[in-house]
Ligand binder design. Structure first.
Ligand SMILES: [Zn+2]
Length: 232
């Protein structure tokens, strides 16, 4: 696996019509666990409310960043129920009291955490229960930050991406990577569906959209449209 990378971005939001000062989005991406899943910690610099996306593992490290920035985690969002993305969700819920949001079509995968643990050599995380299913066009708000859920099945039956229109940023889970796409050979995977999700939904986003994939370096929609061999 490539070396760890860690980015911190302060992204000015689009002009607001109420003349308030620019609200900044705190966004930390840290690779966690043996498969180095990119976990996003996203906070509103004003209200200090935050969401954590894909807390697969290393909850102590995630909480350290949350506390460093004085954030209060209000939502735990999981892009899909693979263990490297969801494995730490219950532990993070215990630490923060925040609900776990995941698309219900990944229920079958949630129920086979022990099997998934044996695939990747992780310790089984125990039973994981979701608090709320999220689906296409649902809007997730923390503070003034506003994300839209895009239902993008294919890597799993319940895979979602999270789009922040004001910041032009996509948290892509394992649907799209820099130079590649998610594997579809695991239970619930479908090559046809992931291609439909990519062509019909993900590539409909503007070229300048920054993409944070589930693993590896960030990219943009334009870069992938032009160079990703799977999207030719
Ligand atoms: Zn996955």
């Amino acid at each position: 696996m490539m070396g760890a990378f860690c980015i911190e971005q302060q992204v000015p939001r689009c002009a607001r019509n109420d003349n308030t000062d620019e609200i900044l989005m705190i966004h930390k991406v840290i690779p966690v666990g043996p498969l180095q899943c990119n976990c996003s910690i996203i906070g509103d610099e004003g209200t200090r409310e935050a969401m954590v996306v894909d807390p697969g593992d290393e909850i102590d490290q995630i909480m350290q960043i949350v506390e460093q920035h004085g954030l209060a985690v209000k939502q735990i969002v999981v892009t899909h129920a693979h263990i490297d993305h969801v494995g730490g969700a219950m532990k993070l819920k215990q630490r923060t009291g925040a609900p776990i949001l995941l698309n219900q079509n990944d229920h079958a995968l949630l129920k086979m955490m022990d099997v998934q643990a044996s695939w990747v050599g992780m310790r089984p995380p125990g039973k994981i229960a979701i608090d709320q299913s999220v689906g296409d066009a649902d809007r997730l708000k923390v503070g003034s930050l506003d994300a839209t859920v895009m239902f993008t099945p294919g890597h799993t039956e319940g895979s979602i991406c999270l789009y922040f229109p004001a910041e032009r940023k996509l948290i892509a889970g394992d649907t799209l990577f820099a130079g590649s796409i998610g594997r579809t050979d695991l239970p619930g995977g479908s090559f046809e569906k992931i291609m439909d999700s990519l062509r019909g939904r993900v590539l409909a986003l503007p070229d300048e959209t920054i993409v944070i994939p589930g693993h590896g370096p960030e990219t943009t929609i334009g870069e992938e449209r032009e160079t990703n061999p799977f999207l030719k």
